[in-house]
Design a protein around this ligand. Structure first.
Ligand SMILES: [Cu+2]
Length: 226
């Protein structure tokens, strides 16, 4: 991966992440606009001859530089709120998956079909295959069918963890004694990687998340033969 790519988002694999990236770009355009404006004003202040040195007030310019930032904030706040509510929406999920944080691994439960439970530990470096990622691959992957609305329930048994997969736009805190809900809709097959995003102890960096997105038939087969 090139250095420049590391500075950008991963490719979106869900509609929500597409929305989040669009919003990021939108906010970034406004920030660039403001930065250039401020730089220009700083430069022109340094260059001018201070002809209005004894000016005490200017009602019109103060009105302008109060109202314009207020309007800009509205242009950021409204789409931000739209996505916030979109993130919280639960759209009649067909599958429910429970992710439970532990120090320092994740365990998963699929209770819609049979009672499927498994732990998901990071693969140690010596067991890695050539095509796997160091510190990112797990021994058991989370299998999720794509184009199927999935509910994610997240909790923890010890301290606060955070279940995060950037390419899906999902980040949910795993708090002990509480179940948080999110939803997943993956729009293509593939492997999607994530990590715990709450400093949760000495092995915080070593409890990654791997999602294997498969088609529904494959998923049903996996459930059947588990
Ligand atoms: Cu953690």
């Amino acid at each position: 991966m090139s250095t420049w790519l590391k500075l950008s988002f991963q490719d979106a694999a869900s509609p929500i992440m597409e929305q989040l990236i669009m919003f990021h770009d939108h906010a970034m355009m406004i920030i660039i606009m403001i930065t250039m404006m401020v730089l220009y004003m700083m430069l022109s202040m340094m260059m001018n001859k201070f002809t209005n040195r004894f000016l005490l007030e200017g009602q019109l310019i103060e009105l302008i530089w109060t109202i314009i930032p207020a309007i800009m904030l509205i242009f950021i706040a409204l789409p931000s709120l739209k996505i916030l509510y979109l993130l919280e929406e639960v759209n009649n999920p067909l599958i429910t998956i429970k992710a439970i944080g532990h120090q320092w691994y994740w365990s998963y439960e699929y209770s819609d079909f049979k009672k499927i439970e498994f732990d998901s530990y990071m693969k140690p470096m010596l067991e890695l295959e050539l095509n796997e990622f160091r510190l990112l691959d797990t021994d058991n992957r989370v299998i999720i069918p794509f184009n199927i609305q999935t509910r994610l329930l997240v909790s923890s048994t010890d301290v606060i963890h955070s279940w995060t997969v950037p390419s899906l736009g999902v980040k949910v805190d795993a708090s002990p004694g509480r179940i948080n809900q999110s939803n997943i809709l993956i729009n293509r097959p593939g492997l999607f990687f994530g990590q715990c995003s709450e400093i949760c102890g000495s092995y915080h960096s070593f409890m990654p998340i791997v999602i294997e997105s498969v088609n529904l038939n494959f998923f049903m087969n996996w459930i059947k033969n588990y």
